[in-house]
Design a binder for this molecule. Sequence first.
Ligand code: PLP
Length: 497
Amino acid sequence: MDQNKTPFLDALKSYIKDGISPFDVPGHHMGNAENDFKDFVGELTYTADVNAPRGLDNLNHPSGVIREALALTADCYNADEAFFLINGTSSGILAMIMATVKAHEEIILPRNVHKSVINALIIAGAIPVFVMPSFDKNLEISNQPRIVDYENAIKKHPNAKAIFVINPTYFGAVNDLMELSKLAHKNGMLCLADEAHGAHLGFTKNLPISAMEAGFDLSAVSMHKTAGALTQASILLRKGNRVSHYDIFKALMVVNTTSPSNLLIASLDSARKYMAIHGKDKLDEILLLGDYARDEINKIPGFKARGNDYFIGNGEYAYDNTKLVIELESLTINGFELYNILRDEYNVQMELAEQYVILGILAIGTKKLHLDNLIAALKDISTKYYVSDRTYPKYHYDSPFPKMVMRPRVAYQAPLKKVPLDDALGLISKESIMIYPPGIPLIIPGEVFDQSIIDRIKQYKKTNATVLMDYDDLTVSTVDYDQYLANRGAVEDKFDD
Ligand SMILES: Cc1ncc(COP(=O)(O)O)c(C=O)c1O
């Protein structure tokens, strides 16, 4: 297909040129209303923010230029079919799981999934069969589960509908997708991918392959994270005939707004073109810049930049070297403090922090100048906070995730008992608690508060991390079990299915 084409963007430009007298929504009527934000971003953003019921196609029933743009996207991303998502990969994950796993059916998935996956379990009413990710005790981050763990879960749960894979993890770890896809299909299961951080994978042989290349059935991909689309713009990809167009279409009809932003759709159309035409060369250039940055950072006392060699040396199958993982080796500050210092004192914005690590995302917009600013900042910070004999109080959580005793949907809908975190030991959570980013819940509805999780939440609260929980004051939402038992019949009759 001719990947130079941008059918949707072209149609949008032409719509604006038509000299329309608008009586449709949005009510700013192509920028004719006064607005401070319009003054800030420029009139054209508003002029192009049209609904255009006639002339620009309809995301929910594409038959014209959106259909053409989707075909180009599917072709570019090695898929049989693509869907545009205007509420992020989160909405793709909801649709993907709603379309494939019903209430009381099982899905095999790593425990370090994003909160959108947990929300999908709640909506679908599915039973999660968690496989534990491998855990890097040095960086205290979760990577990929081992293939044998997926195999064991499949053996124990032969009726599971699907296996779910994160490709790559936030920190860049990649699993053996070919093997996982064979394994799932051989056992009659579907293979679903969360490629929120993988919109650039597969464009060069210097990066790991994508889920579509490995024959996965579905993948949700954040074009906005690493492929240059506007924030919230993602795609859902489908391959083969194990899942039908209709299944996905039906789920997206539940999840999608009826007022999709045409700015976001236009940004998807042009991001796809850029990736198709320039993706390979650009990404090869960025990977070299990453190597340069890691070499420079590794010369600075107190820091270690971890890439391919480190992760593969630690047993990961493959690694996405566009992730810039910087370990704090011997400093008097932790990762959260470093993250804030970089932003507040050096105008360097990293993606996220953990206790002993900060993460930068290298993507098609990365500039050497910005890497040089980061390197210079780290050099300066090293002079202030490096101490040669620092030993960190590592926590070494061998089992970083709590035990699940109740289906997430049931816990979510069960009666609420608010308790101070310290009194939650042994109680079942009704909420997902996480630091954000990365948005990987420490505990989810249906899991039991154990001492380790209580300690970790308190520990994170003491840092500068953003801890997302239902209440701000270390109160947590738990299942009122007595009430739950008393209502049980009613709850199950009314809501459980
Ligand atoms: C691993 C992972 N999956 C899914 C998502 C959701 O993607 P989006 O922000 O496009 O909705 C995120 C977002 O941070 C993520 O990190």
